[in-house]
Design a protein around this ligand. Structure first.
Ligand code: GLA
Length: 699
């Protein structure tokens, strides 16, 4: 049993940690411990809240599991609501608990209530054997006869043990530069990471990572990642007595929700844990996502090598052109051929056509059949691009249903990429969006959808709703439901989540989509940093990466470099194959074959980030899975005089095992202990050099 309760003290025991809560004499649920195990469980006890002064209330200083706004509270809270009698305060106290076992997982439900209003808040904690991840979420239940308006409904509140300031890591990215890691020391006040754009956005990501003296291998790291792709808010704060807390959940910005009698609101889950070192966190989350988060149908299958025509043809797709690309792609070993934007309606650029999801007969006079037949005959699967939540004003859809967009009659709609957002809170729009993809899947042999979303919302009028402020939540839910429905109806279907690159790449998306498009930036040098950031908390296999023709004049890099970067995710090809000479095609073919040899290791293995540009002027990433270990080395732009020898010590091998590999043209066999504790010198001739080394365990 991983969960126990005695006299109001709840102990959650994961593989290496304890998470402890207790009900105090006032009936509040206190947070008592999160970190290494404490073997003498009897020592845990709650404390009586005490008031420091008339300016600092007991309630404000407590370590609570789920603080609601009510009484003398002035810090970020998890729950706010307004009752029918216009009372705007919520006071939650302990009511009951349940411990159960479900599909091999242990579940704790702690029920809190606001008695006079018969509002319940159930806090759920799910634990699974063999991992340090706890899944946490909350359910707000209206057991009264009147509607309650919820204002803020976080998934959880977290308290951290040390009074010294924590370092908070998140991103400061943008379109074409997602997942750029930034660290901030939280000494006072609040640090807020949020999205108000509708999707989870390119800039920050829905998680907290709080650490002390941490690097890849050591130091305290507390983290929690929210499975939500809509507006979110992560508030990290440190109070005047040094207690650091985080509240994480759906954003309360322009949000409220009418909870009618007998209804409940289920928040998205947060996957949280405490570990030593960032490397451990990344690997725990990677394994957990593969095991429990990614859609089951393909979670444990390696993803296929994909070709996407976008950077080769842009909007100029047509049947013959695509068939020519498909012939070459198949020859190279590509397994899935994806046609991107441009195949539908009157689409010739980004000013028209979104919403008209029927085949453009000028480009495909006999529909998509000849192309798809060709692709499948060549032994590949076929995939197609959609941007189902959007409409161009220049489209038949908009002309017949202008009321289907979010809008206010008095405002001019803001056009971004010349498109508007469909009001996905309407059932008729949901049905339309589902059937535009479903119809194509019924008519054609399509195994893959790239679901794109290229703009943030604005003028978010949704007058169809009793409470229009629910739209942010309902829209994201509708996206998930449509993706789930499509997958259920078409079991072989894989769906990639794209939002102008990595604008909706989070654990919410990854609970419903099989993978994400990480960034529209396919420059391998930029990619190294994008991929490094992504790998912090998101699973490697879900990261689509393309080898393309992008090669900036000022920082030229060769095909080896591009492949050695891209093979660290789910390898895809995205260049104009028609332009390549024999030598280039052979390079592609050889690397695709090589990738197939190592892809299980990359997609499912443990990642060891051994060195990076910022500190070492080289990226050294190692993946270990079963009997194989793959090391990628990529140097930065370095000066002529810079060190050409990089000393690399591997990690995660078996000390006593012997590994065979090639080193500087010679075949070597060395023990894991040697490779990890002594290490090897790699000569890299300076700027933008790369290498891949494969180690096979031989005994
Ligand atoms: C977005 C995507 C790209 C591509 C284009 C098509 O920018 O991120 O990969 O699909 O749209 O318009």
């Amino acid at each position: 049993m991983l969960i126990s309760e005695r006299d109001g003290i709840f102990i959650l025991e994961t593989e290496n940690t304890h998470y402890v809560m207790g009900v105090n004499c006032e009936g509040e649920l206190n947070h008592l411990h999160w970190g290494k195990k404490c073997p003498v469980e009897d020592y845990f006890c709650t404390y009586k809240p005490w008031e420091r002064s008339s300016n600092h209330s007991a309630r404000d200083f407590g370590k609570t599991e789920y603080l609601s706004y009510g009484g003398a509270v002035y810090r970020p809270v998890a729950l706010t609501c307004t009752y029918a009698d216009r009372c705007r305060e919520t006071m939650l106290t302990y009511k009951d608990f349940n411990i159960s076992e479900q599909d091999g997982a242990f579940l704790l439900e702690i029920i809190l209530e606001d008695k006079p209003y018969r509002l319940e808040a159930s806090l759920f904690y799910r634990l699974r054997e063999g991992t340090d991840i706890i899944e946490r979420w909350s359910v707000i239940r209206n057991c009264s006869d009147s509607t309650v308006v919820l204002g803020k409904i976080a998934s959880g509140e977290f308290n951290f043990p040390s009074k010294r300031p924590y370092t908070s890591t998140n991103f400061n990215g943008t379109w074409l530069a997602e997942f750029r890691k930034e660290e901030t020391v939280v000494k006072n006040g609040s640090l807020v990471y949020e999205s108000r754009k509708g999707g989870s956005d390119h800039t920050v990501s829905p998680f907290f990572v709080l650490s002390q003296n941490a690097d890849e291998r050591q130091g305290d790291v507390f983290f929690g990642a929210l499975a939500w792709s809509g507006n979110f808010k992560v508030e990290v704060s440190r109070d005047c007595v040094g207690v650091t807390r985080a509240v994480i959940g759906i954003n309360d910005f322009d949000f409220s929700y009418n909870l009618h009698p007998t209804e409940e609101f289920v928040t998205p889950s947060v996957y949280c844990g405490y570990v030593q070192g960032y490397g451990k966190m990344s690997n725990l989350m990677n394994d957990y996502a593969v095991e429990y988060i990614l859609p089951r149908s393909f979670a444990k299958e390696p993803l296929p090598v994909l070709y996407n025509s976008w950077e080769a043809t842009w909007f100029n797709v047509n049947s013959l052109g695509q068939q020519k690309l498909a012939e070459i792609a198949a020859e190279l070993g590509v397994e899935l051929f994806v046609m991107d934007d441009g195949w539908f309606g009157k689409r010739k650029d980004d000013h028209a056509g979104l919403g008209d999801w029927y085949v453009n007969r000028l480009k495909f006079p006999r529909g998509l059949k000849p192309l798809i037949d060709k692709v499948t005959k060549l032994g590949m699967k076929f995939g197609l691009w959609f941007e189902p939540e959007m409409v161009n004003p220049d489209s038949d859809l908009y002309r017949s249903h202008p009321e289907w967009t979010y809008h206010y009659d008095t405002r001019t709609p803001t056009r971004m990429r010349d498109q508007l957002v469909l009001n996905l809170t309407r059932e008729d729009v949901q049905e339309f969006v589902f059937s535009c993809m479903d119809d194509m899947l019924n008519e054609y042999d399509i195994s893959y959808i790239k679901w794109d979303m290229n703009r943030s919302y604005s003028e978010t009028g949704a007058e169809n709703l009793e409470n229009p402020q629910e739209l942010w939540y309902r829209h994201t839910k509708a996206v998930y439901e449509i993706a789930d429905r499509l997958k259920e109806k078409h079991p072989g279907l894989q769906i990639e989540c794209c939002a102008s690159g990595g604008g909706r790449a989070d654990l919410g998306a990854l609970s419903h989509f099989d993978m994400v498009w990480t960034s529209d930036d396919t420059d391998p040098i930029d990619r190294l940093q994008i991929q490094d950031g992504f790998s912090l908390i998101y699973p490697t296999k879900s990261m689509r990466a393309w080898v393309t023709d992008t090669n900036r004049g000022s920082r030229p890099n060769d095909w080896d470099f591009r492949f050695n970067v891209t093979m660290q995710g789910s390898l895809s090809i995205g260049g104009n194959l028609l332009k390549y000479d024999k030598r280039e095609l052979k390079i592609h073919k050889d690397y695709i074959a090589l990738y197939k040899r190592i892809r299980n290791t990359v997609q499912f293995g443990a990642l060891h980030r051994l060195a990076n540009f910022a500190k070492d002027s080289i990226y050294a990433n190692e993946y270990v899975y079963g009997n194989q270990c793959v090391l990628f080395l990529c140097t930065d732009v370095t000066s002529f005089f810079n060190d050409k020898f990089y000393h690399i010590k591997l990690a995660g091998l078996e000390e006593d095992a012997v590994y065979k590999f090639e080193h500087e043209g010679k075949e070597l066999t060395l023990s894991g202990a040697y490779l990890m504790n002594v290490g090897l010198d790699y000569e890299m001739g300076g700027t933008l050099e790369s290498k891949i080394v494969i180690f096979e365990k031989v005994q």
